[in-house]
Design a protein around this ligand. Sequence first.
Ligand code: FCB
Length: 460
Amino acid sequence: MNSNENSAGDRTGHSKPAPALPSTGGLRPDFIWGVSTSSFQIEGATNEDGRGPSIWDVYCQNGEIKNHDTGDVACDHYHRYREDVALMKRLGVQAYRFSVAWPRVLPQGRGSANEPGLAFYDRLIDELMAAGIEPWLCLYHWDLPQALEDLGGWLNRESAAWFADYAALVATRFGGRVKRFATFNEPSIFSLFSHSLGKRDRSSEDDLHRTIHHVNLAHGAAVDVLRETVPGASIGCIHNHQPCRPSSASDADAAAAARLGTYWNEAFPDPQCRGEYPSLLRPAIAPYIEPGDLARICRPVDWFGLNHYSPVYVTARPDSMLGADFGEKPAGVPLTPIEWPIDPEAFRDTLLTVQQDYGLPIYVLENGYGNFDTPDEAGAVIDPGRIEFLRGYIGAMNEAASGGVDIRGYFIWSLLDNFEWEQGYSHRFGLTYVDYSSLRRIPKSSFHWYADLIRAARHR
Ligand code: FCB
């Protein structure tokens, strides 16, 4: 596939009609349309106003990121949040999901709060509310304070108490205005990847199991704190759920895919929503479980936050973590420019599975398309591939809803191009292009398409 679809696209952006909007007739009348971002990926200002370092600042300093990119400036959202809220208003979204940077409000991860850091989120929340956009606050989108990592991070059972104290600070400060809270973004992803999924090393499997359990305890503790502190709070956790499929017809690949799928898709929602670990994990987690832990983890939540992009193809690799690794994708599977499979039916099926397994209302809190967008000669960013992707996925969601799945909202990843973790700034997921030298924002054609879709869906 062409890695830069602009070169093949419509150069003017206006001469061809935009692809038709998908039907949204199966969605609830009070369906919520939104966009998502996260603190480290957009804020920048990593050394400003008393923020402490996070583990991601350290990874960047260690040169682990493509092109040696860092989060130091990112989209400079810390200073440009007003412009970004104005973009959301133009989109017509009803809700904005963002995360609080733990080290911005607690530079050492615990102890004294940093007033200027808290004040930034006050300004952001006020700006959103003035624009009629509901803030959805996620407590943890991966930027753990380095000071806590130095104490063992999630390997330390105390981390649940650190997280509960941080949740109390955030809930007390913002709970009068914010009612939607997520505890974690994608606990399975940061747990698996920080313990070397896909690397040729099984040595950190114990650490993975310990992390899983402690993060689950932290979730339960934070749910209790939010519930006690914020009247009318609506609380959930955001899970990345992708079907894990074998790369070949071999029994070994099937077993590896099932194993990885259990860790990826079930290790967090099962104990959180059903009060038990999947049977495959139980013996490995057992050494870390203390009496009462499962009741501490399984606290009532209001919804299931789902992030979904594409199925994952898995191959057996006995000497690597969990004996599983990323495998070949089947020939002929359509791919995005960053080579993630495009499979709207897998999204529809995932929505059904999640509903069947957990029985909670679902908010899709991330879905989107990674590309290498660039502006054309006229300065426009034309991204028909992203529009086509969103059309297919939103259509699949509408089908699932028509079939009875209780889906209450859909948030695109992302409002802006941003720091895409190990890929630095090379992968672009935004509805808005960010020129990283000038920090200028340019709404892409998908931005206008999504605005049209929201308008049509809300006024049908
Ligand atoms: C998700 C992450 C988000 C972003 C998208 C592309 O796994 O939650 O921060 O990186 O992928």
